[in-house]
Design a protein around this ligand. Structure first.
Ligand code: ADP
Ligand code: MG
Length: 601
């Protein structure tokens, strides 16, 4: 008996859907891209429960004929390419013809659509690839697709979805990628009946302002300078942040031919152009738009991947780096590129200078909170001490390290007796059984405080200090979503936060251990840590909250410690189950073994 048979389309579609539609955000991307391909000038996105129950996209594009409306949901049905050759000259976002087929395989879809030349439109209802209804209807020109109960027939996928807050953040991230390249299209994003973003048509700069700016603050885009370079190979336009306005949370966007892309190699080019101008862990924000002949890039890769390959990446790297440097007013440092010779560029790649890795200046005395408030004046080692006035005061270890004693790690050395020295105001030296223990004082304190904050988050209420002057924390829509996720834990640890408006919170209280710090940058740092670590379980984000607070509150390198302070710190460090490494894997303690020392003589 033959045993091989063809899978029914509905099953094949469901399997393929796993590739294209992984979560509400990928569904949103496909729908909005279709609207853009259909030439829409106004696109409304309506979401309920982070896309779980409803994801609706309404456009005023070309619409579809009755026949096309039906065909659109078939696999490999597309109006965008006819033959393989067309792939190399792609000018649309979509081309695979599998998005709608995939979506209707895993959701309940209702669509109305009408072309301008037709009097009536078409209504189509499909549940899990089964056509439930198809009939003429009265509707405006354009297309209105409602995707309900995503993954209703794939419980595993549904279970795989993250919290609403995380999925909503994913939706917004995807939405940003699109709206930032289509400033001439009017977009609205509504979640649970609230308007999250309303973006009128305008220029790129106005679009960036509308997404990231805040009417109550200084203009967001005034922190940026324009870049613009036109060569035979590539056009590069956009905006890069002025070094003095860089922050730790950077918005970094590359687009090529109207498509968002991730490009770690080009990111290096931008970082290299900034090298030496940014403090410590500050990152440059940028919005950079490439225009290049479609045949010089390869977008024909996985539908959900955002990496794009360029034919001549090294040359583009050099042009990009030079262009950012020029914008930052340091063009003289760039490798020699002659832009004048008949508009051609000639870069001796083989003999050219090797590309330098990004170099960030490390300033051991740097304090993010002081830098933010007066980032006009570069911080120098000479006046570092004044930076910590009032900071080191309330931070005597005896006062702040109130961690209840736990059992000492079995191999931890005795810290009660014996000499202790401080070296270079950064390390504590302690003789132990088989050598000399070197302890990084900042990391040690950060580890102790992390453990303390974690404990508070798990069991108790942290001590809160009322602030004299409440501060206002203004957030982007995605951070608003994120902070709601963290709200309970932030309150537990001692922040007093009240929502003030759809995009801001007022901060009235701060954890007592960090009471001498500015609440707003501290909270921004927490949000950034949580976001960057992709922490989306309570355990994961609690440890990021604890870590961010501890990192900020810990005694800095460069602070002189008394012997009592050292002994107290070392004793508490040795009580941690893992005192050698921090939770992010950094070395806290290093042993210089006896034989190493003896060998020297
Ligand atoms: P692709 O976009 O790769 O062609 P899709 O499955 O996303 O594949 O869409 C299939 C076809 O349906 C498109 O090629 C287009 O002709 C039509 N279509 C989809 N969405 C719209 C829309 N919003 N407006 C007009 N036509 C659409
Ligand atoms: Mg498509």
């Amino acid at each position: 008996m033959d045993i091989i048979h063809l899978l029914p389309d509905s099953v094949a579609n469901q399997i393929a859907a796993g590739e294209v539609i992984q979560r509400p955000a990928s569904c949103l991307k496909e729908l909005v891209e279709n609207s853009l391909d259909a030439g829409a000038s106004r696109i409304q996105v309506i979401v309920r429960d982070a896309g779980r129950t409803l994801l609706q996209v309404i456009d005023d594009g070309t619409g579809m004929s009755e026949m096309d409306a039906r065909l659109a949901f078939e696999r490999h049905a597309t109006s965008k390419i006819r033959e393989a050759q067309d792939l190399f000259t792609l000018r649309t976002m979509g081309f695979r013809g599998e998005a709608l087929a995939s979506i209707c395989a895993v959701a309940q879809v209702e669509m109305t659509t009408r072309r301008a030349e037709d009097e009536t439109g078409t209504l189509l209802e499909i549940h899990g690839s089964d056509v439930i209804r198809q009939e003429p209807c009265i509707c405006p020109v354009g297309t209105n697709i409602k995707v309900s109960n995503l993954f209703f027939n794939v419980p595993v996928r549904r279970k795989f979805l993250k919290t609403d807050q995380t999925e909503l953040r994913n939706l917004l991230t995807e939405f940003y990628h699109i709206v930032l390249v289509y400033p001439k299209v009017n977009f609205t994003f509504v979640h649970n009946d609230e308007i999250v973003l309303e973006l009128p048509a305008g220029t790129e700069k106005q679009r960036i302002e509308a997404v990231f700016g805040n009417p109550k603050r200084n203009s967001y885009t005034s922190a940026f300078v324009d870049i613009s370079t036109e060569t035979d190979l590539v056009g590069i336009r956009g905006f890069v942040v002025k070094p003095e306005n860089a922050t730790r949370k950077a918005e970094q966007y590359f687009f090529v031919n109207g498509r968002y892309m991730r490009h770690p190699y080009f990111l290096k080019a931008v970082q290299t152009a900034y090298s030496g101008t940014l403090t410590n862990d500050y990152q440059p924000s940028f919005f950079i738009y490439f225009t290049i002949a479609p045949e010089a890039i390869d977008v024909n890769i996985h539908p959900t991947k955002t990496e794009i390959k360029f034919a001549d990446e090294q040359t583009v790297f050099q042009i990009l780096m030079a262009s950012v440097r020029e914008a930052l007013g340091k063009f003289t440092l760039a490798p020699q590129i002659d832009f004048d010779t008949q508009g051609r560029i000639d870069i001796p790649l083989s003999t050219g200078q090797p590309v330098r890795p990004p170099q960030m200046r490390i300033d051991p005395t740097y304090n993010p909170f002081h830098t933010r408030q007066n980032h006009a004046q570069p911080q120098t080692v000479a006046h570092w001490e004044s930076l910590y006035e009032g900071v080191s005061g309330p931070r005597e270890p005896e006062v702040s390290l109130t961690r209840p004693a736990v059992e000492t790690a079995p191999d931890a050395p005795d810290t009660e007796h014996g000499p202790l020295w401080q070296y270079a105001d950064r390390y504590i030296l302690m003789p132990v059984k088989d050598g000399l223990m070197l302890i990084n004082q900042h990391r040690a304190h950060a580890a102790v405080l992390t453990a303390q904050f974690m404990e508070q988050l798990a069991h108790t209420q942290g001590a809160m200090q009322q602030m004299l002057f409440p501060e206002v924390l203004v957030l982007t829509p995605d951070d608003m979503v994120l902070i709601q996720t963290l709200l309970t834990d932030l309150r537990t640890i001692g922040f007093d936060l009240e929502q003030l408006s759809p995009d801001s919170y007022s901060v009235q209280g701060i954890p007592a251990q960090v009471a001498h710090m500015s609440a707003v940058p501290l909270l921004q740092d927490i949000l950034m840590q949580v976001r960057e670590q992709g922490a989306d379980t309570p355990a994961a984000w609690r440890s990021q909250i604890a870590r961010a607070l501890a990192e900020n509150a810990a005694i800095p390198s460069g602070k002189h410690l008394t012997e009592t302070e050292m002994r107290d710190l070392v004793t508490r460090l040795m009580q941690l189950p893992e005192y050698r490494r921090s939770i992010d894997g950094k070395t806290i303690v290093s042993l210089l073994p006896d034989e190493e020392i003896n060998k020297r003589f």
